[in-house]
Design a protein. Sequence first.
Length: 313
Amino acid sequence: MNKNVSPAVLLTLETLGLPDANIYPAFLFGTLTYLLIMFFNLLLLMAIAVSKNLHKPMFILLFNLPISDMLGATAFFPQFISSIVTQNRLISQPACVTQAFLIHFYGTGNLLILSTMAYDRYIAICCPLRYNAIMTPQFLTRMIISIWLINFSIIFTLILLFVRLKICRTNIVDLFCNNPALMKMVCEDTRVNNYYGIFSMVLVQGGSLLIIMYTYAQILRTCVLTNRTDARSKAIQTCGTHLIVFLLLQINTAITLTAHRIESASPYMRRVLGLSVLIFPPFLDPIIYGLKNTELKQSIKIFLRRSLGLTKA
């Protein structure tokens, strides 16, 4: 098919391949997963918002993570669940482009947020006496605004480069819309898009990895040199949690995006890893941070007791 496709034509997402007997269980699993993601992340948001003892730089930065996670989950799950029930894998081009934008916005946002959180932990552990002087409310506000502006600029440009092109195919090679899958429907010269895609991937993933490597090397050095066992244990616990969350997203995202550029890569592996990027971080982030951070866990318990009327406000 070599002719241009009108934006009004529906695109076809990769089939789910579900037998009739598995449709209902898959619908229940998808719906329950989405509801749990939204509940856990909203619980984390509310606990941080209403607990004055959590109004500190570390938790204010963390506050942005569930917002990004819920955005990514909402971009994927409602359309995915609907297609399970209807067995209809059609999606309009505007809806597909919107989904791709939101999913990339979520992934890039998470990496940027996790990088700033790593920087916060680096200052707190390696420069404790200067922490309050560095992490001022003004500096914290600038950091958060920068995260979202940089994120929006990178992803908006990525999608803008795609929409200027005309597609000549209607089959999307993935289970959801994303930029690499969209580019495979284009028959025009895509070198500019490919160069920008590589540039943004190196900038975001490479940059965040460098920040994590540097800050954690300094944190590890400080932990080894310190004579306080309790401080060392607390630092390692906090950073270990952060590292798990970061690596889970970083590795899966890098493999998924790279697999699109390798013709011999298994499409099934790519689709499974792509789904894992949208399911596991939004589901596990609030659980990991809520369980591992004693201060946050206590605030969540207090918030739940107050919400259920088990204690006085």
